[in-house]
Ligand binder design. Structure first.
Ligand SMILES: Nc1ncnc2c1ncn2[C@@H]1O[C@H](COP(=O)(O)OP(=O)(O)O)[C@@H](O)[C@H]1O
Ligand SMILES: [Mg+2]
Length: 311
């Protein structure tokens, strides 16, 4: 669904509709389809009003109805988009969003938006999961009991993983978009004016290389390896910024040196045409000599798991 249709759907919702969406979301933690009777009971309103709301949400493409042994409902991904936008708006994190995407990647759709201070933001909707946390034991255990949430859960975990990395690297002084908010599967961060590094101008090459290496170093010192450091994920504007962090790999993981070497190889490929070399050993040594902060990344999934139970 386009963001325009989403915003239209959102604007058409009244309090009861939002209430029904939220209660379906909460009920999904236990089951895939929510029986009609349960929706009516939880909504705490007369059956006629709840029935009309369900028909409207169905028409707007925010829920799906099944008729089997019992009549039941489930949220669509569009509904999660609407709920995330609603929460971000209500909590004063986001004022508006652009009608067309500024970036459509393999794993996300990104819109520009505006935050209350008037600053331009990038609003990234995660569509699938690339976070390495998904393979973690706790995450798998959570999912084993909730197969129907897999896609959403992975998108959500990726968004939170990305937000955690952006926060750590930004706080450490690295050049990444300032993280503003995360809700469900959506990350709001500062918009970077710039172009990606695929066709870098010769005069930009050296400052870009310096900025990126500095950011890689800050990330490493915070225990984080980007894991997908391609020219597409470097935005060159006033400075060069590294974006797209959901797949980051902890420096303490067994394949960290390999992952970092791959990232560095991509940088060497990008900058070799300009006769710029990367001091690979210095970066690798941060991992090898354990010169990084141990991050407690169980915190990240704890937070996401809790956010599922709460909503
Ligand atoms: N903070 C940002 N500022 C400006 N543009 C951005 C920002 N974040 C993402 N984009 C745009 O959206 C595209 C996709 O975002 P990215 O984070 O790389 O996700 P994906 O995993 O889908 O590649 C980027 O290539 C870029 O064009
Ligand atoms: Mg990308």
């Amino acid at each position: 669904m386009s963001i325009r249709s989403l915003v239209e759907a959102y604007n058409a919702l009244d309090r009861l509709d939002l209430r029904v969406l939220r209660l379906l979301e909460a009920a999904h933690v236990r089951r895939e389809y929510i029986p009609y009777g349960l929706v009516v009971r939880w909504a705490g309103r007369d059956e006629g009003a709840v029935g009309r709301s369900l028909s409207k949400l169905n028409r707007l493409g925010l829920i799906q109805r099944i008729k089997g042994p019992y009549e039941g409902f489930r949220l669509t991904f569009n509904a999660y988009d609407v709920l995330a936008l609603h929460t971000l708006r209500k909590s004063g994190k986001l004022v508006s969003i652009s009608p067309t995407p500024i970036g459509v990647g393999k794993e996300s759709v990104v819109y520009s938006g505006e935050i209350p201070s008037g600053v331009k933001a990038a609003v990234k909707f995660h569509r699938t999961g690339t976070s390495s946390f998904i393979r973690a034991r706790k995450a798998r255990a959570f999912l084993a009991r909730r197969r129907h949430l897999t896609k959403l859960y992975e998108a959500r975990l990726s968004a939170h993983a990305e937000f955690a990395a952006l926060s750590a690297v930004f706080d450490g002084g690295g050049l990444v978009p300032e993280p503003i908010a995360v809700n469900r599967h959506v990350v709001v961060m500062r918009y970077i004016e710039g172009v990606d590094a695929r066709r870098i101008r010769p005069e930009d090459a050296l400052p870009t290389a310096r900025d990126v290496v500095e950011t890689v170093e800050v990330a490493l010192e915070n225990g984080i390896i980007h894991g997908d450091l391609s020219p597409y994920n470097i935005l060159v504007g006033d400075r060069a910024y590294v974006i797209d962090w959901p797949q980051w790999i902890p420096a303490s993981s067994p394949n960290s040196v390999e992952a970092l070497s791959r990232d560095i190889a991509r940088l060497e490929e990008l900058f070799s045409g300009f006769n710029i070399s990367i001091d690979k050993n210095r970066l690798i040594n941060i991992i090898v000599n354990n010169k990084y902060k141990q991050i407690d990344f169980s915190n990240v999934y704890e937070r996401v798991l809790r956010s599922f139970i709460k909503t």
